[in-house]
Design a protein around this ligand. Structure first.
Ligand code: RAM
Length: 328
């Protein structure tokens, strides 16, 4: 009887220890802001990776507003909790460097993903896709529907967001080389906030009456812009495009506010970020040319800045958005 009791207790303790709350390894997935469907999808993949690895807990966290200051507070709390790794999508490449350096000094592994931190503030960075390819893709999405050329404006996220700024730079380079009849009239910032993005979209339409397309390389901004175009009866006049989550954006392909958008799989991105964090915890030493495992997503080879891309983006239009909307 005693033996049975002891066995039962031991089994119960073992089960407790194996549950995520008692996991040996804790990886924090820090996002630009909570309440963004893109990051919720990334978290799905991150949790999937944790389950696959076993004995890993993924802590999904971030501020309510997409600012670097608020993320610094989040990172400080994670340092106090002595997590094993921090995987961050940063609201600013430089502002987070000191706090992340402090984390690394305490033995915490640090990587950025989606939106990068400057190399001195992290061990490696996972890009969703090739930066130049994304920059070119967002212009092509507009240009494909403007055979005579036309005026386009960009509605971005935070003005300091590393990823959007890199894509906008790449887009600006691609225009004279590949889309010479596309005229970029303005770049404005909606901070990945629906209200601000809506105001900025309205402002663009008021300031540029000949606008042919709004390109929003942010899943939050693109929905806001498409809603404004819909509300102002501008469907057919202004094409809204950029990077969109199919589940949130399908309605605007259906109603014609958009001809098409692009994105990579955010679930795969969150999954890959956790796999890389696990590689670092396991002792991997990132350096240019080193290849690291992304689990079911294959491998990434690091470039001279210890960065690497995950995969190529998909494009979504009337022909396929319904199917993708069921995934993310
Ligand atoms: C928003 C965020 C994120 C970006 C996507 C495309 O959700 O700004 O960082 O990758 O859009």
């Amino acid at each position: 009887m005693k033996l049975l009791k002891l066995l039962a207790t031991t089994t119960a303790i073992a089960a407790l220890l194996a549950s995520p709350a008692f996991a040996q390894t804790r990886i924090a997935l820090v996002v630009k802001s909570l309440g963004n469907g893109f990051f919720d999808a990334a978290n799905k993949g991150a949790q999937e990776a944790a389950a696959e690895l076993g004995d890993v807990e993924v802590i999904y966290t971030g501020p309510t507003a997409a600012t670097a200051e608020a993320q610094i507070e989040v990172v400080n709390a994670l340092i106090a909790q002595q997590v094993d790794a921090i995987a961050i999508s940063a609201n600013d490449p430089d502002a987070l460097v000191p706090v992340l350096q402090r984390a690394m000094e305490r033995g915490i592994k640090v990587l950025s993903w989606d939106s990068g931190v400057a190399p001195e503030g992290r061990q490696l960075h996972l890009n969703p896709s090739d930066t130049n390819l994304i920059g070119e893709t967002i212009i092509k999405l507009a240009a494909d529907h403007l055979p005579e050329g036309g005026d386009v404006a960009i509605l971005s996220a935070a003005s300091t967001a590393t990823n959007q700024n890199a894509w906008i730079e790449a887009a600006k380079k691609a225009i004279p080389q590949k889309f010479p009849n596309i005229n970029l009239v303005a770049v404005v910032y909606g901070d990945d906030d629906s209200v601000k993005s809506t105001e900025e979209a309205r402002g663009l339409i008021a300031a540029y009456p000949d606008l042919d397309a709004i390109i929003a390389p942010t899943t939050v901004g693109v929905v806001a812009a498409a809603q404004v175009v819909t509300d102002q009866n501008l469907i057919g006049k202004i094409n809204v495009t950029g990077l969109a989550l199919p589940s949130e954006f399908k309605q605007f392909i259906d109603n014609g506010a958009s001809e098409g958008v692009a994105l990579w799989n955010p679930i795969d991105l969150g999954y890959s970020a956790v796999m890389l964090a696990n590689d670092l915890i396991g002792g991997a030493e990132p350096a240019p040319g080193v290849t690291l495992s992304l689990g079911r997503m294959g491998h990434v080879t690091l470039d001279e800045t210890n960065s690497g891309p995950m995969a190529v983006p998909f494009t979504f239009d009337k022909s396929n958005i319904a199917e993708f909307a069921t995934y993310f």
